[in-house]
Design a protein around this ligand. Structure first.
Ligand code: FBP
Length: 259
């Protein structure tokens, strides 16, 4: 079965807009504007994102005809920030329900280094098996976290990338730790599985452009970013600046002029 990944890419590169933080972090990330899914979907649509990442409930209520031009990535698992326990993120939505909602890809987080990593790896593998039967790409959020992980080192990131590739992910979403040379090795370990880098908590736009420039030079294909965009007061100009680096190879200085 051919995996239909091209719908998610522009000349092999991508920027996805992540909006599953309402569950992962809670409304602490939101204000009166961006707590409305339509506000974020408008950014994804008008900003020409390669995909919007939603939990299934938000997809069902908001991803109607008007937004159908944005490729949909349904996040199949999730956890809350209420219980401070060993990280485990369980499947909450089936591949079939994601397809009914219009998904072009599905996503799943694995916390490598958690005492529950085996449960997530088993769930993830079953999802890959099922999704690939439908030609649906699978994005693995490979987040080393838990009592066996001291820090998100380059070594553990490379290990997580390799696990994602060996489990059959089509794209991996990794957290860049700022080790520019080391992360080239991390990306190499993903092999043919593509890598996008997560946005992280909101920083100043100049630093975010610098990070974007770096991650495009370690072999990743782009970003899956949320808070840095939809918490910014000018999300469209920041989007254009970031896209100028990802898709047009602009320098940080050139991109800053777009802000
Ligand atoms: P951000 O760009 O806002 O960091 O979003 C990326 C993301 O992976 C989301 O998909 C997810 O909700 C969140 O980060 C997880 O964040 P954390 O690292 O705090 O668990």
């Amino acid at each position: 079965m051919t995996i239909k990944i091209n719908k998610l890419l522009t000349n092999g590169k991508a920027i996805f807009l992540a909006y599953d933080q309402g569950m992962e972090h809670g409304p602490i990330d939101f204000n009166l504007k961006n707590c409305n899914p339509e506000y974020v979907l408008d950014i994804a649509l008008e900003g020409h994102y390669n995909g919007i990442i939603l939990q299934h409930g938000i997809a069902e209520k908001y991803y109607q005809d008007y937004y159908k031009d944005i490729p949909l990535i349904v996040k199949l698992n999730g956890q809350t920030n209420i219980t401070k326990v060993e990280p485990i993120s369980r499947q909450l939505c089936s591949v079939e329900r994601a397809i009914k909602l219009g998904a072009d890809a599905v996503g799943y987080t694995i916390y490598n280094g958690s005492e529950y990593e085996d449960e997530m790896m088993v769930e993830f593998s079953k999802i890959v098996d099922r999704a690939h039967d439908y030609g649906l790409p699978v994005i693995g959020w490979m987040y080393p976290r838990g009592k066996f992980v001291q820090s998100v080192s380059t070594e553990i990131s490379a290990y997580a990338a390799r696990i994602g590739a060996e489990l059959g992910a089509d794209i991996l979403k990794l957290q860049y730790n700022g080790d520019f040379e080391g992360f080239k090795w991390v990306v190499k370990n993903a092999g043919r599985t593509k890598v996008v880098i997560s946005g992280g908590s909101k920083t100043n736009p100049e630093d975010f452009l610098q990070k974007t420039h770096e991650i495009m030079n370690i072999g990743s294909i782009g970003l899956a970013v949320g808070r840095n965009i939809w918490k910014h007061n000018k999300p469209f100009s920041l989007t254009k600046a970031v896209q100028s680096i990802i898709f047009h190879g602009k320098s940080v200085e050139e991109a800053k002029k777009i802000l």
